[in-house]
Design a protein around this ligand. Structure first.
Ligand code: NOJ
Length: 980
C-alpha cells in the first residue's frame, strides 16, 4: 500500500479549475426580442446595472416596457419585485373569496372526491409559485427553529445577509464559505464536496463512488459509508457536505456525472440517498441533496461554461418530475436532509435556482423541506428573482462570473431588502432555515474552530484569502488531521459488494489461490500460469493524483472526475493485489499492463488463465479527458479495451485458456464485442471502487466475498436500445432559441422501464447479478393493512413558523463600518452608500394554493402509510454462504382508466418499489429444504401504489383493477407473482 502521497502536485496550480476566466468564455451573441423567452436572468447577465434597485431606477426611466416584453416566461413574470405587481385590493379580495367559497361548495355538492382546484401545468413552462413557504412548520424541527428564532431575532440586517451569501471563490478554506455572525457566536460555515470523500483535503478516504454504492443494494453499507464520510467531514471541520448526489439520476446512459449518484431508478436512488444522509447527519454534519433538479447531462449544463449565454433547459413534464426526478429528493427530505443544492440548468425554461415552482412549490411546500436551498456554484443567475423563488444561500457568493467578487446578493441583497424589492421576512426565513439546520444536526455543540485544511495549498502555512488579489495575509491553514480511521474497511466492503458478476461460465470463478481447482497440474507445465492484462490493472504512471480532480483516464479507474472526486490517499493496484493473492508455490503469475498486446505471442499463449482489465471514464463538464468533455461520447469501453479483450481471448492458452474480464466503469457499458466469446468465461462489472480497488477485486475473484452486487442500470445490446431520447445533447439545435432545449419526452420511460415497455431484450437487465451460490424464492404472502382509497388524507396543517418584526433598519446602519479593513474581492453584506435604498412598500402576492400532497417531510404523511406488506422466503440452495438482493416490483392495474374522465392512464410495465439484501447460509437443514432460509418483508406505502395525477395535483391510488406484485432477483427474473 502506498503511503500518503497525494499532495505533492496540484492545488495551487488548479485552484481555479472550477473557475474559467472570462477569457475562456466567448459569449455568443444573444438576441433580445419580444419573441424571445429571455428571463430576468438574461437581462442581468447582459446588463451590469440590472439589479433590483437599479431596475427600479430604470423603470422610472421608461425601461420597464422593454423588460416586460421579455417576460414571456410565466416564471420570470412572477418574479417581478412585489412593488411592481398589480394591486390586490380588499374589495377584489372579497369578490374572490365569495366566488371561491361558492365554487368549492358547488364542487363538493357534486359529490366528487376529485374536486380539483389546481390547473394543469403546461409542459415546458414553469408556473409561478409564491410566496416562499416559511421553514418551521414541521414538528420534527420545532426545537431547532425555536433556538434559531432566538438567535435570528437578535441579528441585524447585514448579519442576516452575511449568512445567506458566500464570501467568494477561494476566499476562505473551503470550496464554499458563508459569512459568520461572531457577535452571536454563529460561525462561518465550511461547505465542501462530496460526495465520495472530502475534496481538496489530506488524510481522508477516497470512498467508492455512488454508482458502486448503488450496486451493493445494501442499505446497511449505504448508511455506513455515509456515516464514515460524515465523520471525516466533522474531523476536518466541514459543516456542510456537498452530497449525496441523486441527480443526475441516469436518464442519459452517457451522462457524465451518473456515477456520483446511485443508479437509474428513483427508488434505488432515494433509498441510497436517505441512508447516506442519515449516516452523514448522525455525525453532526449537514448533508446536501444535489442537484435539484434535471441536471442530467454536462453539455450546456451551465450558463457561459459552454460558450453559450444560457444553460440548457430540461423540459420535464409534471408526472415524470414527481415519479422520477423529485422522488429521491422526497426520500431525502423525509430522511431529514438539511440542505438541498439547486442545479445549474433551467427546468422548463426557468433557472433551477430561481424556479419558484420547483423551490417554493415542490420542494418547500409539497415536500415540506425545512432546511436551506443553496445554489450550485454560480448556478444563481438572478438576484431578486432567486430570493423570491426560494433560494436561501448563494454559493460561492460571486455573481454572474467566476471569482468576480461581485455578488448578486451580499450588499445587493441588503439593498434589495431596504428598498422593498425583497421582503425582510424572506431574508428572515433564509437565515432561520440555515441556523435551524445548524441546530438540527447539533453543530451548536461544536467547538467551532473552523476547517483544519485548506482547499488551495498543501503547505502548512498558506494564504488566508487565496482568491484575494490584494490580501497576502498568511497563517497555518493545514493541520493534517488524519480523519481516515478504519474507513478503508468500509471502502473495501462497498467496493466488493458493488462489483457485479454478470457472466460465470463453468464456474470459472471463484479462482483458487493454488491455480488448478481440481488440484491436478497441467500436463505441459508444473505451475498454473496466469497473466493479468490491461492498463486498468496498474497504477497511473504519473502518480495517483496527477490530474486535476482525477480528470484523466490513465491506469486503473477507481473514480470519475470532477468536483465529486478526491485525491487518493493511496490506491491499491489490482495487479499487485492479484499477484499477492496467488500461491506462488503453485502459480506462475505475470502481467502485460498495456492495452495493446506485444508481438511475442507467448505472453498470452502460454497461459491457463488470463485476467483482463478495461474501463470507461467520464466526469464533470468543466474538465475533459481526451475528447470526453464530461459526458461520454458513447457507451464503449475506452482505450481500445474491446480489442484487448478479443486479442487476449484469441491468444489465451492458444484459445483454450480461460479469460476473466474486469470492467471499471462510470456506468453502463457495451460488452457486445466480447461477451459471447466462448472462452471469455467470466465478466465482472466493478464500477468505481475507490482506494481499495485491488483488494476488493481480489475478494471477489477468489470468493472471499461471494458476489452480491446487482446492476444499478441496464446493460444494453446496443446504445440505441435505450431509446431515442436517451442521447446526450452534444450540440444545440437550430430551433433551440436562447438556450439549448432538452425535452424529457420519454416521460417515465428511462432505463428498464423503457426496455420493458418496448419489449427490448437487454444484455443484462437492471437489478441483475450472479453469485457463487444459488437462491430460490418461495412463499409469497401479500397482506393488506388498509383497503384501496384514491387519495391521501387531508394535508395536516403543521406548526406555526417563527415570526419576526418587519421593521427595516436605517439604511445608514448597513454601511461599511468606519475603518473597516476590506479584503480585496471579498464579498461583504455592507453597503458603500445608501443609494438605491429608498423604500417602496411591497404589495402582497396572492398565495399560491398549498399542495394537498404536502404537509410533512417528503410530502403528505399519509403517503407513507403502509398499505400492504409483502413477504417471501429466500433459500440458499447452493454450495456456499452468500447474500442476494430480493427485489419488489409493482405493476399498476392494466387498462386502468380515470374513473371520472374515462381517460386511460399509462403505466410502466413494472416499477421497483423495494429491495433487501439478505445473507443466507448454505446448507442449513432445519427447514428441511436443503438450504438456509431467510424471510424478507417489504412495507408497501400509499405512495408506492399511487401515480402522480397531473390534473388533481396529487398522488392517486387506482382503486379499480388489480396491482401486480412481483418478487425476484432482478427486473426480469421475478419468480413470485401475486396480485392485490
Ligand atoms: C459544481 C458541482 O456541480 C457541484 O456538485 C459542486 O458541489 C460544486 N461545483 C462545488 O464544488
Amino acid at each position: 500500500m502506498a503511503p500518503y502521497e497525494s499532495h505533492q502536485l496540484r492545488r495551487g496550480k488548479y485552484a481555479r479549475l472550477d473557475a474559467p476566466t472570462d477569457d475562456d468564455l466567448e459569449p455568443t451573441p444573444t438576441r433580445f426580442s419580444s419573441e424571445s423567452n429571455a428571463t430576468l436572468e438574461d437581462l442581468e447577465e447582459h446588463d451590469p446595472l440590472a439589479f433590483d434597485s437599479k431596475l427600479k431606477r430604470k423603470k422610472s426611466a421608461g425601461d420597464l416596457k422593454v423588460r416586460k416584453a421579455s417576460f414571456k416566461d410565466a416564471e420570470a413574470a412572477a418574479a417581478i419585485p412585489y412593488a411592481r405587481r398589480k394591486k390586490f385590493t380588499p374589495g377584489r379580495c372579497c369578490c374572490w373569496l365569495l366566488t371561491f367559497v361558492a365554487a368549492t361548495v358547488l364542487l363538493l355538492a357534486a359529490g366528487g372526491i376529485w374536486a380539483y382546484k389546481v390547473s394543469v401545468p403546461v409542459d415546458g413552462r414553469s408556473p409561478p409559485w409564491y410566496p416562499a413557504p416559511k421553514g418551521g412548520a414541521d414538528p420534527a424541527w420545532e426545537e431547532s427553529y425555536k433556538k434559531a428564532a432566538e438567535l435570528v431575532k437578535q441579528m441585524t440586517l447585514v448579519e442576516k445577509v452575511n449568512i445567506t451569501t458566500g464570501t467568494g471563490w477561494s476566499m476562505e478554506m473551503c470550496v464554499g464559505n458563508n459569512g459568520a455572525v461572531p457577535r452571536l457566536k454563529f460561525p462561518q460555515l465550511c461547505l465542501q464536496d462530496g460526495p465520495l470523500g472530502i475534496r481538496f483535503a489530506d488524510n481522508i478516504t477516497a470512498f467508492p463512488a455512488g454508482i458502486t454504492v448503488g450496486a451493493t443494494w445494501n442499505k446497511e453499507l449505504m448508511y455506513q459509508r455515509g456515516k464514515a464520510h460524515g465523520k471525516e467531514a466533522r474531523l476536518k471541520g466541514v459543516n456542510v457536505l456537498l452530497g449525496p448526489a441523486m441527480g443526475p439520476l441516469g436518464r442519459l446512459p452517457a451522462g457524465g456525472r451518473n456515477w456520483e449518484g446511485f443508479g437509474s431508478d428513483p427508488v434505488l436512488q432515494g433509498i441510497a440517498a436517505a441512508q447516506t444522509i442519515k449516516g452523514i447527519q448522525e455525525e453532526g454534519v449537514m448533508a446536501t441533496a444535489k442537484h435539484w433538479v434535471g441536471n442530467e447531462q454536462e453539455h450546456f449544463r451551465q450558463a457561459r461554461e459552454w460558450g453559450i449565454p444560457n444553460a440548457i433547459s430540461s423540459n420535464i413534464d409534471d408526472r415524470a418530475l414527481h415519479e422520477i426526478y423529485a422522488w429521491p429528493f422526497a426520500d431525502s427530505v423525509k430522511a431529514g436532509v438539511v440542505s438541498v443544492m439547486c442545479s445549474y440548468n433551467q427546468v422548463n425554461s426557468s433557472y433551477a435556482c430561481a424556479n419558484s415552482k420547483l423551490l417554493n412549490g415542490v420542494l418547500k411546500d409539497e415536500l415540506g423541506f425545512q432546511g436551506f436551498v443553496q445554489s450550485d456554484w454560480l448556478a444563481q443567475r438572478s438576484g431578486v428573482a432567486s430570493a423570491l423563488a426560494g433560494l436561501d444561500m448563494t454559493m460561492p457568493g460571486d455573481g454572474l462570473r467566476w471569482s468576480n467578487g461581485d455578488s448578486l446578493w451580499g450588499a445587493r441583497l441588503t439593498q434589495a431588502v431596504l428598498n422593498g424589492s425583497v421582503p425582510i421576512d424572506r431574508v428572515d426565513d433564509m437565515v432561520t432555515r440555515v441556523v435551524a439546520s445548524w441546530y438540527q444536526v447539533g453543530q451548536d455543540k461544536w467547538s467551532n474552530e473552523g476547517p483544519n485544511f485548506s482547499s488551495w495549498t498543501n503547505d502548512e502555512v498558506g494564504k488566508l484569502h487565496e482568491g484575494s488579489p490584494s490580501d497576502k495575509t498568511t497563517g497555518v491553514v493545514n493541520k493534517f488531521v488524519n480523519a481516515q480511521g478504519d474507513h478503508k474497511d468500509i471502502v473495501r466492503k462497498v467496493a466488493a459488494e458493488g462489483t457485479v458478476l454478470v457472466k460465470n461460465e463453468d464456474n470459472v470463478l471463484p479462482l483458487s489461490r493454488k491455480g488448478h481447482k481440481d488440484g491436478s497440474k497441467s500436463k505441459r507445465q508444473t505451475k498454473f500460469r496466469v497473466c493479468v492484462f490491461g492498463e486498468d490493472a496498474r497504477l497511473p504512471y504519473d502518480g495517483i493524483n496527477k490530474c486535476p480532480d482525477q480528470s484523466c483516464n490513465d491506469g486503473t479507474l477507481a473514480s470519475g472526475w470532477g468536483s465529486g472526486a478526491v485525491d487518493f490517499p493511496y490506491l491499491v493496484e489490482p495487479m499487485s493485489a492479484i499477484r499477492a493473492a496467488f500461491d506462488k508455490e503453485n502459480v506462475y503469475i505475470t502481467d502485460w499492463l498495456k492495452n495493446k498486446l506485444p508481438k511475442q505471442k507467448e505472453i498470452v499463449e502460454d497461459q491457463d488463465l488470463c485476467i483482463v482489465f478495461v474501463n470507461s471514464d467520464a466526469g464533470e463538464g468543466y474538465l475533459k479527458w481526451a475528447d470526453v468533455r464530461g459526458d461520454r461520447n458513447d457507451l464503449s469501453i475506452q482505450k481500445d479495451g474491446n480489442q484487448l479483450v478479443k486479442d487476449v481471448a484469441k491468444g489465451c492458452g492458444k484459445g483454450k485458456g480461460d479469460v476473466v474480464v474486469v470492467v471499471h466503469t462510470v456506468g453502463t457499458v457495451n460488452l457486445e464485442e466480447f461477451i459471447d466469446i466462448p472462452n471469455v468465461k467470466a465478466v465482472l462489472i466493478a464500477n468505481l471502487p475507490g482506494q481499495e480497488s485491488g483488494n476488493a477485486i481480489v475478494d471477489v475473484l477468489f470468493g472471499d466475498v461471494n458476489p452480491s452486487g446487482r446492476l444499478p442500470y441496464t446493460i444494453a445490446k446496443k446504445e440505441e436500445d435505450f431509446g431515442p431520447d436517451s442521447k446526450v445533447k452534444y450540440l444545440p439545435s437550430p430551433s433551440d432559441g436562447l438556450a439549448p432545449q432538452q425535452n424529457f419526452s420519454e416521460g417515465l420511460y428511462i432505463d428498464y422501464r423503457h426496455f420493458d415497455k418496448q419489449d427490448i431484450a437487454p444484455r443484462y437487465e437492471f437489478g441483475f447479478g450472479l453469485s457463487y451460490t444459488q437462491f430460490k424464492l418461495s412463499s409469497l404472502l401479500i397482506r393488506s393493512k388498509h383497503g384501496k382509497s384514491p387519495l391521501p388524507s387531508a394535508r395536516p396543517s403543521g406548526i406555526a413558523p417563527p415570526t419576526y418584526p418587519t421593521d427595516l433598519p436605517d439604511p445608514k446602519s448597513a454601511l461599511f463600518p468606519k475603518d473597516f479593513h476590506k479584503v480585496g474581492k471579498y464579498i461583504y453584506p455592507y453597503l458603500e452608500s445608501t443609494d438605491g435604498t429608498s423604500f417602496t412598500a411591497p404589495e402582497p402576492v396572492p398565495q399560491s394554493p398549498l399542495s394537498e400532497a404536502g404537509g410533512g417531510p417528503g410530502g403528505n404523511p399519509d403517503l407513507y402509510t403502509t398499505i400492504l406488506t409483502v413477504s417471501a422466503s429466500v433459500t440458499n440452495t447452493g454450495p456456499v454462504d452468500g447474500a442476494t438482493v430480493v427485489q419488489l416490483y409493482i405493476s399498476f392495474p392494466q387498462g386502468y382508466k380515470d374513473p371520472e374522465t374515462g381517460e386511460a392512464v399509462d403505466f410502466p410495465v413494472r416499477v421497483l418499489r423495494g429491495f433487501e439484501k439478505v445473507f443466507v447460509e448454505a446448507g442449513k437443514q432445519e427447514h428441511g429444504n436443503g438450504g438456509g432460509r431467510e424471510l424478507v418483508t417489504f412495507d408497501v406505502t400509499r405512495k408506492d401504489l399511487s401515480y402522480w395525477d397531473v390534473k388533481r395535483q396529487n398522488w392517486v391510488m387506482p382503486t379499480e383493477g388489480e396491482f401486480g406484485i412481483s418478487v425476484g432477483f432482478s427486473s426480469r427474473d421475478l419468480p413470485l407473482q401475486g396480485t392485490w
